[in-house]
Ligand binder design. Sequence first.
Ligand code: PMP
Length: 397
Amino acid sequence: MFESIERVPGDAILGLIQQFKDDPNPNKVDLGVGVYRDEHGNTPILRAVKDAEKKLIDTEQTKAYIGSHGDPQYGEYILQTVLGADSKVLAANRASATQSPGGTGALRLAADFLVSQLPGKAIWLPNPTWPNHLGVFEAARLEIKRYPYVDDNDQFDFDAMLKKLKSIPKGDIVLLHACCHNPTGFDPSQDQWHQILEVVQDRELLPLVDFAYQGFGDGLDEDAYGVRLLADHLDEMVITQSCSKNFGIYRERTGCFIAIAKDEEDMQDVRSQLATTARENYSNPPAHGSAIVATIMGSAELTAAWHRELDEMRDRINDVRQKLVEGLKPHGLADKFAFITDQRGMFSYTGLTEDQVNKLRDEYSIYMVASGRANVAGLNDDNIEYVCKAIADVVGS
Ligand code: PMP
């Protein structure tokens, strides 16, 4: 039977990881993979996470099933972190949290829930977006449409985005990145979020806000501006959240699907459906990651330690963006790449063409995604000058 099955190419980024591993060049630089790196190029376990795990070893009582919605305490903490402790939505008990296997699991829950409960609605994704949005939504048979996000020069094109959103059929779903847009790094300003809200209200759209990088842009509360604005003004929306980046617990698969309904009654109806969606997918979410997060958030000391480490990660990312533009100055390229300091999060659409990306890889062993997306967290004091020189060479300064 299996002889009829065709081999498909693997994930492009995983292929890049292998190429990087096999490259003997001692100066090689990995700007491809989407994980945070410290100044030594490592993705360490946060100290707050280690301390929480130590505590858990002593206090965990059972490994029995956690339930389809996951740990209610974790859900409560995530709702407060995403919506804000003083959220009107929380006060009215209009939000439901379902713990999920990572942000990806939350997206799949969202897709299955939308297909089964709101059939016939298309989802509008920014172009470009995180490629796995396409994979997950296609797998769930959700109809996908696109709205523009950047112009021909790979710069944020808010006017084009808004114009398209204004033409979306009433009642469709629109996916918005809450912050640190992957892959471009371009986020709407606060004023632009207000304009998005107006269009969402006017077209009666259902926003699906993907919130995978809270705390990586400008801060935990600052990065939630758009999500909270929408939540404060809309009756209904859904949010997919991830703890992979801000707690550095990528492989623990820790996320959350949040549904906001117009009243508690509707919320409970939606919540009951989500338990079924989760059960049919994987029954129960994994418990270790959410236990880490709940342990940290349940302790003032560990929360303070986590905030410090999150601040460190964010400051490093923003610092490295400045250094990259400064490093390009001697090559006469600071103006051309000035937009890099406006972008937020780990990713930067550099505007480099696929040919230039290939040349960086083949001649300098600098690896980034073919679209020109670079993970700036891969830069550090040891490699930044080398990378700037290489960029200057490939763009022909
Ligand atoms: N959404 C976006 C935009 C992402 O970049 C990612 C991770 N790369 C995710 C969701 C999913 O994150 P995870 O499943 O690792 O929690």
